[in-house]
Design a protein around this ligand. Structure first.
Ligand SMILES: Cc1cc2nc3c(=O)[nH]c(=O)nc-3n(C[C@H](O)[C@H](O)[C@H](O)COP(=O)(O)OP(=O)(O)OC[C@H]3O[C@@H](n4cnc5c(N)ncnc54)[C@H](O)[C@@H]3O)c2cc1C
Length: 380
């Protein structure tokens, strides 16, 4: 196989890199570069707005919704370059990658007119209300209840680990509308305005990063039926499609590779000797980042050829988690002091890697799927 970027994609990469080189140095450092910090969330609005002005925030969206039908490869170039700088879109990559497309695919014309323009302008933060105290990996067991009362749903229940729940304007919320149905049936998606009376948001301090964890408690919260995305009790189909974009939509290996290079640069500039153990760890980590990159390209290739999502996505996700973890280990081997110093770049990578195999699809579950779907082993 011969793989190379064609003129269109490499030309786009050059243009994008030159924009990033111009925009980022003045802003993208210190607190601003810490994903989830106050400064980061504020800056993400400026940055996403600048991308939007150039048509680069939602290039893959259809023309009717403000995009230009860019190919999955162009989106891959965009993702790689942004994640390899630490993802200056902040939480807004989620809007562009899967929340917007999910509203396009399932929303009413009124919902599309209301929610999509702020996303494509880069002017809104969404959170995802999926996990509950007793529903994480087994998401279909969620219990937050929505009961219909005329033209509203009355919602009661608790969501947990909701990233950006404290700063978001909207929540993409999964609720149970039919408690008697089999677990995958009876789930519905609601698009919730934050704040709404009866919805209490509290931050859960965590080691992973700012704004990472919040708890959302719903007490008799009234959500208009008009805010339902897709049909009642059909939310599982809606969200499965949305999640298939989320799992490999973020090239986290690119950020990991960037953090590794930064750590090497800082250590070398400090005059530190990189010992043989660290050199071995760097080699292993770099190889893992490359493996994740190539496996992700297989998934992008499928998407570009309109092949339905395959188990290659599970392989790519496992490789990505391993890359993040191995980079964290390499950072420790290169410079343990900085890596354990709160809020240094390598410390940030180290803390993020702790969550790599948990958020966006548990690592162990991906391994189970690979053993069944790739290797044909029986279900354990
Ligand atoms: C940084 C971060 C941000 C997050 N942001 C959000 C957010 O914005 N919105 C949201 O809704 N949620 C969010 N989450 C929650 C995340 O989706 C859940 O943590 C995840 O789904 C796992 O659920 P759990 O924590 O309940 O663990 P559990 O599901 O209880 O799993 C615990 C362990 O058991 C293993 N396990 C579970 N089932 C199996 C199985 N069948 N086979 C093998 N092993 C298994 C898992 O791999 C895991 O190691 C976030 C989590 C993190 C870490």
């Amino acid at each position: 196989m011969e793989f190379g970027w064609d003129d269109e994609h490499s030309g786009y990469r050059t243009e994008l890199v030159s924009f990033l080189n111009e925009e980022l140095p003045d802003h993208w450092h210190g607190e601003t570069a810490i994903l989830g910090s106050e400064a980061n969330t504020k800056y993400s609005r400026r940055f996403a707005g600048l991308l939007a002005e150039r048509g680069w925030l939602t290039p893959h969206w259809p023309v009717d919704f403000g995009g230009f039908d860019a190919s999955p490869w162009m989106l891959a170039v965009l993702g790689e370059e942004l994640w390899s700088r630490g993802e200056p879109r902040g939480p807004q990559y989620m809007n562009a990658n899967w929340i917007g497309p999910s509203i396009m695919a399932n929303g009413t014309p009124e919902q599309q007119a209301r929610y999509l323009p702020p996303i494509s302008r880069g002017d809104v933060i969404w959170c995802q209300g999926f996990s509950e105290p007793d529903a994480g990996t087994d998401l279909a067991s969620l219990r937050t209840r929505a009961e219909r009362d005329g033209d509203v749903y009355i919602v009661n229940g608790t969501k947990i680990w909701t990233s950006y729940g404290d700063v978001a304007e909207h929540c993409y919320l999964l609720v149970r509308t039919n408690p008697d149905a089999e677990s995958h049936r009876g789930i519905t998606v609601l698009l919730v305005d934050m704040p709404t009376p009866g919805l209490q948001v509290s931050t859960i301090p965590g080691v992973v990063g700012d704004h990472s964890f919040n708890e959302l408690i719903f007490t008799d919260v009234r959500i208009p039926v008009a805010n339902r995305l897709g049909d009642e009790n059909e939310g599982w189909t809606v969200v499965r499609e949305a999640l298939s974009y989320e799992r490999v939509g973020s090239p986290r290996w690119a950020r990991a590779a960037f953090m590794l290079n930064e750590t090497i640069e800082v250590a070398t500039a400090d005059g530190r000797t990189i010992d043989p153990i660290a050199i071995e760890a760097i080699g292993i980590a770099k190889a893992a980042c490359e493996a994740a990159r190539v496996l992700s390209y297989r998934v992008i290739d499928e998407r570009a050829r309109n092949i339905p999502p395959s188990p290659n996505g599970n392989l790519a996700r496992v490789a990505m988690v391993q890359a993040e973890r191995l980079v964290a280990e390499a950072c420790l081997a290169i410079d343990a002091g900085h890596t354990l110093t709160y809020r240094s770049p390598s410390n940030y990578q180290f803390r993020k890697s702790l969550a790599a195999g948990v958020a966006a699809g548990a690592y162990e579950v991906q391994l189970n799927l690979i053993s069944r779907l790739h290797l044909g082993l029986p279900k354990g």
